[in-house]
Design a protein around this ligand. Structure first.
Ligand SMILES: [Zn+2]
Length: 81
């Protein structure tokens, strides 16, 4: 999705932002791309602040990250048993 950069920069129109939000919820790859962009930006700016809008962070937090969940579940299961 080429609009990822504009989305991260919060330069999309309200309608485009709404579309992007809806798409990111469904599309793991694009959401990961947004996360990477946000990380890259925060690194460029010294890592002090997140430039992403709160709505974006809320959307991303709702997206299940399979790898992390699997790893955490695997570890906790092994430890508990
Ligand atoms: Zn996508």
């Amino acid at each position: 999705m080429e609009a990822v950069v504009a989305y991260v920069d919060n330069e999309l129109s309200p309608m485009a932002t709404t579309r992007a939000d809806a798409h990111l919820v469904l599309c793991t790859r694009c959401s990961e791309e947004v996360v990477n962009q946000v990380r890259a930006r925060s690194l460029l700016r010294g890592g002090a602040q997140m430039s992403a809008p709160p709505s974006l962070l809320g959307q991303l937090s709702q997206i299940p990250t399979r790898e992390i969940d699997v790893r955490r579940a695997g570890r906790s299961n092994r430890r508990s048993r």
